[in-house]
Design a protein around this ligand. Sequence first.
Ligand code: FAD
Length: 461
Amino acid sequence: MSTPTVIVVGGGLAGITAALDCARAGADVTLLEARGRLGGAAYSFRRGGMTVDNGQHVFLRCCSAYRGLLEELGATDLVTLQPRLEVPVLAPRGRTGWLRRSGLPAPLHLAGSVLRYPYLGWRERAALVWAMQRLRQVNVDDPAADAVSFGSWLRRQRQSRRAVEAIWELIVRPTVNLTVDEASLAQAAQVFQVGLLSDAAAGDIGWAVRPLGQIHDERGRAALQRAGVDVHLRSTARAIVRQVVADGSDAGRLGFRVEASDGFSATADAVVLALAPAQAAQLLPAQPGLAPDWAARIGSSPIINLHVVYDRRVLPHPFAASVDSPVQWVFDRTAGAGVTHGQYLAVSLSAADDELHATAEELRSRYLPALADLLPAAAEAEVEDFFVTREHAATFRAAPGARTWRLGPYAEPLGLVLAGAWTDTGWPATMEGAVRSGHAAAEAAMAVATSVSRTRAPLEV
Ligand SMILES: Cc1cc2nc3c(=O)[nH]c(=O)nc-3n(C[C@H](O)[C@H](O)[C@H](O)COP(=O)(O)OP(=O)(O)OC[C@H]3O[C@@H](n4cnc5c(N)ncnc54)[C@H](O)[C@@H]3O)c2cc1C
């Protein structure tokens, strides 16, 4: 049997993973990426002397697939992982509460922290413990749980508006990139069950200590090269057709022809589309039972990052969350970005629909005072640089009913294979979801490629 051939379209984390897996399984793999770099939605760019991430990315200890990819890329030295979950939660006038885990098994590991959490009254803390218990029982694969909003479920569990603001929103917004009212119950429950309520260590937080581009692009390209994957950058796939592929025998075999913007044209036994929904929809033929506007029905949600360089150190933690402030989460990116003077903070605003069209000046006048409220030292400091990065379609929307449109890994009837954080992994739009989807797609692609390789077909078909 000849060597199976696979073309992976898209060089984000899903595509990198799928390509590495297929190469390891013995296929000849080509990867096409539209941009001049790998890493997709998790990348860096240069600004003056700094290397800026497009948006702060964190992962959790339970993100086993993403952590596995870091190992495969030889990039574990470029990230750090807390030994134990510990999140300072800042409030105006310099107040700090903590969310920490103890050494107790889940779910008791959070009990001490919840009992001491200063932003809730004792009734709210008791109701919180009750709701967490209820959340453990939600069946995340039940379509009924995906049909309702998490916010409506929280209200049924008697969660006060204060509890929603001071705890639930703090976790759901950055993980699902939607507000609690916008997120589906099933998706939010998956986050809490996997990240916080099943295994005590699962929610320990990790982040990149060097630029994302160094991890996903530089180390990604090197790993793909080692694996023998042929990587084409600035190559946008434009058309994919099912056709009989000549293989030197009288009969050909059924495969695909892929054509791209840079003149690339080749055939393969299997094709993985590792793209965002709107991009995949352009290349997927219509399918019976699939609404033509399926990608629009999934939709997308924006993330904005505000980048602030102070002339001195103002945040005494590697990162912090906040309550009673428009600042959601703030990260110290000084060393990671190569800034040698003062402190560079990235304020990460998830589900940022309200801020998306605000000017940089408007955001500056809203957020610098908010940061000064949270961080007394910031009130005294000079701001040396302030700029904004906006990702309009940062992630898909895991809203009620979205699971119906999370496809893959097979896309019938053509036999294409789908990957991407939005596909049907059960995970929210995360690096972990993307890598998981890449593994599932590679398995499907190898099944298609090896069965196709055995299928002989007349060349005239
Ligand atoms: C600002 C921001 C902050 C985030 N924060 C976090 C976080 O803290 N933690 C976390 O886990 N996740 C976070 N995410 C989400 C995470 O980055 C994504 O879920 C993940 O990177 C998606 O990977 P992917 O491979 O599925 O898709 P993508 O990264 O979108 O990759 C698709 C690739 O396909 C390419 N492409 C498109 N069309 C074509 C074509 N026709 N031909 C060839 N190539 C094509 C694109 O250029 C792109 O490189 C964040 C995302 C953003 C934007």
